[in-house]
Ligand binder design. Structure first.
Ligand code: COA
Length: 542
């Protein structure tokens, strides 16, 4: 068909972008040291959260899950489903320390891993966390994973093991547009978009959960472990007085032999993951050719990024030093280097992928915004993915004089154009918040509401409308100032953000190059889907 591409892909033209100067000067040392110390503290917190997330529902629930319920743990399931453990987990800290409690990993693991060489989104309930029931944050996490699948056109695999809605919070899960029902709506839209979906029923699929496998394109169920019903045996007993076992009410035999709700019967769990892997092999994708091009490492160690990650806005060093630790060979073809210098723009390669880089290097001024719009449009025209390195100013611009007011109005207009250019760019965009994510500048730097394909935070990142300490002028009472400052301090941490799913996860600065490489490979896969020509109207409804 017309979408078939030649088996041998053309090589990219060679590039010898200039090496950017990223050397650390003696004058930078005290700032570097302060940042390094702060990064050490942040990394400790990161490790603590990681441990909490890995514990799932705790020891008792884990024993109940494996011994009494004879089920595999969610990470063992993923090990059987995926080719390797080199997957990109999304928002592992979601759900920690929320007002309604700590829900490790929001009760479900989501991410992107390879199945028979193909990147697939996975959404896997963790039934050790309150029987895998859906809290509001669980719903949000599942919807975000489906968004990732849609935006990057990735097949999606659901491992379903869930007691349905977490009933005490039902009002926050059930009725609204982006609540539980949206999962099923998305499944239909994804099918119409030709995004393949496979479900493995490896536990309960109760109530709403029952629709996940039934709306998927192919479903597998595990004998004696998987069940699908709208109301379980206790409900049947209450309604009719009849005693019925889960297996007879909605077990693997019933659904594989009588109802036809599932398509494949797996005697054991491990067979189910084999089925799922085989189904993925039937999708009409080709695999990208192995690119054996030698990749240059950056000239400086990625470990230096810990000392470049600003502990506060005042501790930001020239962002080219960060760029020089992310790009291949520390090479960077800078664009408009002498104009609007508070924004650094240019082309570089990350593990061989050509990218445009838009990096904050101070306030987003009038000139910087014009430059930003121009560069984003260039990338869009050339179909080059854009990496935003975001570190926006903590304070809104004040207008103490008429002259300044004019300057600010001009800047407002220029920022609006940049926001429009970023919003309308159809090329993939990835945002990494390397410092501050504050105020309107953060929109132009492709914040969450501007729909980047992925958005990650460094652990030192701060996310708030205005930074703590910059809000004093807005509040009169001293008590209120202290209170507001404390609240802002807590609420602006990267971990607070990630717990609420305002991003796709906190990543360590030294891992950024690896993570970006993975994302760029994932994004590219859509070029290899052969069965995509019949795109239909639902796309327009998104
Ligand atoms: N809402 C709130 N809490 C729930 C829940 C729900 N829908 N389903 C389970 N839980 C809680 C249990 O109370 C228990 O809490 P605890 O650990 O604090 O005691 C925990 O989740 C685990 O449940 P448990 O029944 O002990 O585990 P299990 O592995 O034997 O069974 C289920 C898991 C999901 C099969 C079973 O709990 C169940 O059938 N739940 C009800 C499902 C339902 O009817 N949902 C309708 C929602 S609309």
């Amino acid at each position: 068909t017309s979408t078939l591409r030649p088996a041998v892909r053309q090589r990219r033209p060679p590039s010898a972008f200039p090496v950017v100067d990223g050397a650390l000067q003696p004058a930078h040392l005290h700032v570097y040291q302060a940042n390094l110390h702060n990064s050490g503290v942040c990394q400790q917190r990161y490790l603590k959260y990681q441990e909490q997330a890995m514990m799932g529902g705790g020891e008792n629930a884990t024993t109940r899950h494996t011994q009494r319920n004879k089920k595999l743990l969610v990470r063992d399931r993923l090990r059987m489903l995926l080719d390797d453990e080199d997957y990109l987990e999304l928002s592992p800290f979601a759900g920690l320390d929320l007002d309604y409690g700590s829900i490790p990993s929001a009760g479900c693991l989501t991410g992107i891993g390879k199945i028979n060489g193909l990147w697939c989104v996975f959404i896997a309930n963790n039934a050790t966390v309150k029987g895998g029931t859906a809290y509001p944050i669980t719903v949000k996490k599942q919807l975000r994973a489906q968004d990732v699948a849609m935006q990057n056109r990735l097949p999606c695999v659901y491992l379903v093991d869930s007691g349905g809605a977490f009933l005490p919070l039902q009002s926050e899960i059930f009725p609204d547009k982006n609540h539980g029902g949206r999962t099923f709506y998305n499944e239909a839209i994804m099918s119409a978009m030709k995004i393949p979906q496979v479900a493995v029923v490896c536990g309960s699929c109760t109530a709403g959960g029952a629709y996940v496998p039934t709306m998927a394109e192919e479903a597998v169920i595990v004998h004696k472990i998987g069940t699908i019903f709208l109301g379980g045996p206790p409900l049947v007993k209450a309604a009719t007085g009849e005693e019925v076992s889960p297996e007879d009410l909605g077990g693997a035999r019933v659904h594989a032999e009588v109802s036809g709700c599932v398509d494949h019967f797996a005697p054991l769990e491990r067979d189910a993951y084999e089925h799922a892997r085989n189904i993925i092999s039937t999708l009409n994708f080709e695999l990208p050719a192995d690119e054996n091009e030698a990749v240059e490492e950056p000239l400086h160690s990625v470990e230096d990024l810990k000392g470049l990650a600003p502990r506060s806005y005042n501790h930001s060093l020239d962002v080219r030093m960060i760029v020089s630790r992310l790009t291949d060979g520390s090479r960077f073809q800078e664009f408009k280097a002498r104009y609007g210098t508070t924004l650094v723009t240019g082309f570089g390669k990350i593990e061989g992928h050509l990218v445009g880089i838009v990096a904050s290097n101070g306030e987003l001024t009038y000139e910087a915004s014009l430059k930003g719009s121009h560069f984003v449009q260039l990338c869009d025209q050339r179909d080059v993915p854009i990496i935003f390195l975001q570190n926006t100013a903590p304070k809104p611009a004040m207008t103490p004089s008429q002259h300044k007011a004019e300057a600010h109005s001009n800047r407002l207009k220029a920022q609006s154009s940049m926001m429009a250019a970023v919003a309308c760019a159809s090329t993939p965009r990835i945002t990494v918040v390397i410092g501050g994510c504050h105020g309107a500048d953060s929109y132009a730097m492709c914040g969450r509401s501007f729909d980047p394909n992925f958005l990650f935070l460094w652990p030192n990142a701060r996310v708030s409308l205005v930074a703590p300490g910059c809000s004093d002028a807005l509040v009169e009472e001293e008590h209120d100032v202290t209170h507001l400052k404390k609240k802002l301090e807590e609420e602006s941490s990267a971990f607070f953000s990630s717990a609420r799913l305002w991003d796709d996860g906190v990543i360590l600065p030294q891992d950024t190059r690896k993570v970006l490489n993975k994302c760029l490979k994932i994004i590219k896969q859509q070029e290899y889907q052969l069965s995509k020509e019949r795109l239909r109207a639902p796309l327009l409804r998104m």
